[in-house]
Design a protein around this ligand. Structure first.
Ligand code: NAD
Length: 277
C-alpha cells in the first residue's frame, strides 16, 4: 500500500498549496523516470519537479499514472525552456509538455530562466497568465529570477508569480532574494538543495549530522524545511529518495542554525541567471 504523504503543504498566494518537499528529476533518464517517480510516490512523495529540458516528462507522467493515485493527489511542476520563450512559442511548448506528461493540467508551470538577453520573459509571462486563466496551469511562477527581473515583471503584470525557484543551499543562502520574495507573497523554492551533493562533506554539516544521528543530506534538507522553503532534492536511488524524505521527525536547534548560517560563501553550483539563455 502507498505510504501516506510525509510532507506538510505550503500555501500559495493563488489559493493552491504545494507539498514542501518534492522529488527533483533533473538528469533522470526518461526510461527510468517512471520507475523512480512511482517508487517515490510509494514512499510518500506527492510532488515532482520536471522540465522540458530534462527530456523525461513522458516518464514522469507514466510514473504518476503507475502509482494508481488520483491525479489531483500529486503536484506536478514543469517549465518552459529558454528556446521556447515568447507568447505563441510558450503556448506551443506547453501543449507539447502536457502531451508528453499525458495530463490535462499541470499544478505549476514555471519560466525556467529569465534569459534577459533575449528580452522575452514578459511575453512568456503573458502566455503563462493565459494558461492560468484557462485552468491548464493551476499555478504559475518563475525560476532563476533575481530581484531586478522580478521588479521588472511585477511592474508590468497583473498576475504575481506564486513561486520563485532558485539555487539555494548552505553556500548560497539567497537571503536578500528570499526577503524580496516574501515581501511580495512569493514562495521561494530551492533547487540543487544539496549543492548537487558537493556541500555534503562539509565538516560543520557532518558534525551536526552526527549530533542528531542523521546524514548530512537530512541535515541540509531539514535546514531548508525550517526556513519555510519548498525543496526538491534529486537522487537516482530509491534508498536515498526515502532517506531524503525523513526530515520531518527531528529539529535543528539554534546553535545548528547559526553554524549553517555561517557557511554562506556565495558560491554557486549552477549558473548565474544573468548569463543563461
Ligand atoms: P541536488 O542538490 O538535489 O543534488 C543531487 C545529487 O546529490 C544526487 O545526484 C546525488 O549525487 C546526491 N545525493 C542526493 N541525495 C543524497 C543523499 N541522501 N546522500 C548523499 N548524496 C545524495 O541537485 P539537483 O538535481 O541539481 O537539484 C535538485 C532538483 O532541482 C533537480 O532535479 C531539478 O528538479 C531542480 N533544478 C532546477 C533548476 C532550475 O534551473 N530551475 C536547476 C537545477 C536543478
Amino acid at each position: 500500500m502507498t505510504t501516506p504523504p510525509f510532507s506538510p503543504l505550503i500555501d500559495l498566494a493563488d489559493g493552491h498549496a504545494i507539498p514542501q518537499l518534492g522529488l527533483g528529476v533533473y538528469k533522470v533518464e526518461d526510461a527510468t523516470a517512471a520507475r523512480l517517480v512511482e517508487g517515490a510516490i510509494d514512499a510518500g512523495y506527492r510532488h515532482v519537479d520536471t522540465a522540458k529540458l530534462y527530456f523525461n516528462e513522458a516518464g514522469v507522467g507514466a510514473g504518476v499514472r503507475a502509482s494508481g493515485l488520483p491525479r489531483e493527489e500529486i503536484f506536478v511542476t514543469t517549465k518552459v525552456w529558454n528556446d521556447d520563450q515568447g507568447y505563441d512559442e510558450t503556448l506551443r511548448a506547453f501543449d507539447t509538455s502536457l502531451g508528453l506528461l499525458g495530463m490535462d493540467y499541470v499544478d505549476l508551470y514555471l519560466i525556467h530562466w529569465p534569459a534577459p538577453k533575449q528580452g522575452r520573459y514578459l511575453d512568456t509571462w503573458r502566455a503563462l497568465e493565459t494558461l492560468k486563466r484557462d485552468g491548464r496551469a493551476r499555478s504559475i511562477g518563475v525560476s532563476n529570477f533575481t530581484v531586478a527581473h522580478l521588479e521588472n515583471l511585477l511592474a508590468q503584470s497583473t498576475e504575481t508569480p506564486v513561486i520563485n525557484q532558485v539555487e539555494l543551499q548552505p553556500w548560497l543562502q539567497q537571503r536578500e532574494l528570499r526577503d524580496f520574495d516574501a515581501s511580495r507573497g512569493i514562495v521561494t523554492e530551492a533547487w540543487s538543495p544539496l549543492g548537487r551533493g558537493r556541500v555534503l562533506g562539509d565538516p560543520t554539516l557532518e558534525a551536526i549530522a552526527e549530533k542528531h544521528g542523521r546524514s548530512s543530506a537530512q541535515v541540509v534538507l531539514r535546514w531548508h524545511v525550517q526556513q519555510g522553503l519548498v525543496v526538491i532534492p534529486k537522487s537516482n536511488s530509491l534508498d536515498r529518495i526515502r532517506e531524503n524524505s525523513r526530515v520531518f521527525d527531528f529539529e535543528l536547534d539554534a546553535a545548528d542554525l547559526a553554524a549553517i548560517a555561517a557557511l554562506e560563501t556565495g558560491e554557486r553550483t549552477g549558473s548565474d541567471p544573468d548569463l543563461v539563455g
